[in-house]
Design a protein around this ligand. Structure first.
Ligand SMILES: C[C@H]1O[C@H](O[C@H]2[C@H](O)[C@@H](O)[C@@H](O[C@H]3[C@H](O)[C@@H](O)[C@@H](O[C@H]4[C@H](O)[C@@H](O)[C@@H](O)O[C@@H]4CO)O[C@@H]3CO)O[C@@H]2CO)[C@H](O)[C@H](O)[C@@H]1N[C@H]1C[C@@H](CO)[C@H](O)[C@@H](O)[C@@H]1O
Length: 410
């Protein structure tokens, strides 16, 4: 059932067979979940839809997160090769909606019991008063730590940057290991430190770029100091693989990560005993504590030739039953309030930790450009961490790029 990642150009399908009105035809779904850990579960669940609708053929296609946004935009623009349903990251959704590539879902079978969705999760699915997607998972960032190393070094979970520094110093002296792995090739990992200094990328209500204000400078200096002082190690490329390997092998005591990393982390030799993994809020900075809101929605391509079956598929994939199964198997957070009452969710330790984190996560502006704010920042963030530019210049250059992107913003 898995096709190549060019999606389906099968236009023989129609939404319902004339006679019985039951759903039929093909639904191609581009799933961006992590290959090798999350994808197996989502593929199995997606294909379960066929048992409920024998005349529907679900074509599961796993498209890497880093490729899917542009691949979908190119296919939608060309009018060929786009999937019927896409797993649309929270920041992609307003952009795709603005481009007209998503089917509005209000009043369709895709959108059932709207008020059951967490408000933070629903926010990214609304655009110009319409609903263009259905929330699938919500997430944020926290500290993942190795309890065994913490015990060996005699340190507690750090709640502030100063405690992070002292704990890392003690870990280094007692065990020889580096305290923290800080991802240097993805600016999403900079956000908790930016929020901790009272900063943000932009202030959407004031239509102001804020990445280059005093808080931005302070946060960039702070992360550079974490690396230069040996508190944290980082890489300019392959951050995901290096972060996961370092933490899973016990080379670092901590990493900052989200629920989507848990499945892969449990496969590491240090976490065969799952009880060795601890999770905690990201450390507070000098003025605040906060982690960014992330997650994924399911959206229907406006040009789908099988809208009815696609709507039903989205409803099935975001139902309470499906969300509870995804939590059970992958420790991801549901987006339906009612799912949190399900036994497999109530008992889940990762959910128990991340639910309050998600509730207090820093909301992001769901404007079409919100996703595009990361590319200019990551270039400067990586250069600052590797000493190729100063912290001041890094945020100044980013601010200039943002003002070009956001026409007329201060
Ligand atoms: C640069 C990118 O900036 C932004 O992305 C932000 C994003 O907005 C933030 O929310 C955050 O996303 C969290 C996410 O919420 C969190 O759930 C998790 O996702 C897991 C899944 O959970 C896991 O299942 C699996 O899928 O794997 C997922 C990924 O791990 O972790 C994500 C953070 O990784 O951070 C993103 C930044 O990474 C843009 O949106 C673009 O994506 C942009 N990339 C394009 C930019 C194009 C122009 O240059 C270039 O030409 C193109 O080729 C590039 O693709």
């Amino acid at each position: 059932l898995a096709a190549t990642a060019c999606g389906s150009d099968d236009d023989s399908s129609d939404s319902t067979s004339k006679s019985s009105g039951e759903l039929s035809g093909t639904v191609t779904w581009w799933d961006t979940s992590t290959a090798g850990s999350e994808d197996k579960v989502f593929k199995k669940i997606a294909e379960g839809f066929e048992k409920l609708h024998p005349k529907v053929d679900v074509k599961y296609v796993n498209v890497p997160f880093g490729d899917a946004q542009n691949k979908f935009k190119n296919a939608a623009q060309a009018g060929s090769g786009a999937p019927d349903v896409i797993r649309s990251e929270v920041a992609w959704t307003p952009e795709f909606a603005d481009l007209g590539y998503l089917a509005p879902l209000d009043g369709t079978t895709a959108l059932q019991k709207q008020d059951d969705f967490l408000k933070q999760a629903a926010a990214s699915t609304k655009y110009n008063g319409k609903t263009f997607a259905v929330p699938q998972v919500i997430d944020s960032l926290g500290i993942f730590y190795n309890k065994k190393i913490f015990k060996e070094a005699g340190v507690e979970v750090p709640t502030t940057i100063d405690e992070l520094k002292s704990a890392s110093k003690k870990i280094k002296s007692k065990t020889g290991k580096t305290g923290l792995y800080l991802r240097g090739d993805d600016a999403y990992w900079f956000l908790p430190f930016l929020y901790g200094e009272g900063g943000d990328m932009v202030n959407a209500s004031d239509k102001a770029v804020t990445i280059d204000n005093a808080a931005g400078v302070k946060a960039m200096k702070l992360v550079k100091d974490l690396v230069d002082s040996g508190v944290a190690k980082t890489d300019a490329t392959d951050g995901w693989d290096n972060m996961q390997a370092s933490f899973k092998d016990g080379d670092v005591a901590m990493m900052i990560n989200g629920p989507w990393a848990v499945a892969d982390t449990y496969a590491g030799k240090e976490f065969k005993d799952k009880a060795n993994l601890g999770v905690a809020p990201v450390p507070a900075g000098s003025v605040a504590q906060g982690a960014p809101q992330g997650g994924h929605n399911l959206a229907v391509y406006a040009g789908s030739k099988n809208l009815e079956a696609s709507y039903a598929f989205v409803d099935y994939m975001t139902s309470v039953k499906t969300q509870a199964q995804v939590t059970k198997e992958l420790n991801l957070l549901p987006t339906r309030t009612s799912a949190y009452a399900e036994e497999s969710v109530v008992d889940n330790e990762i959910v128990g930790f991340f639910k309050p984190v998600v509730e207090s996560a820093v909301e992001r502006p769901w404007i079409p450009e919100t996703g595009s704010l990361f590319a200019p920042l990551v270039t400067e963030y990586t250069k600052a961490l590797t000493g190729q530019t100063s912290p001041e210049k890094a945020v100044k250059t980013t601010g200039t790029a943002y003002r070009k992107l956001l026409d007329g913003w201060k």
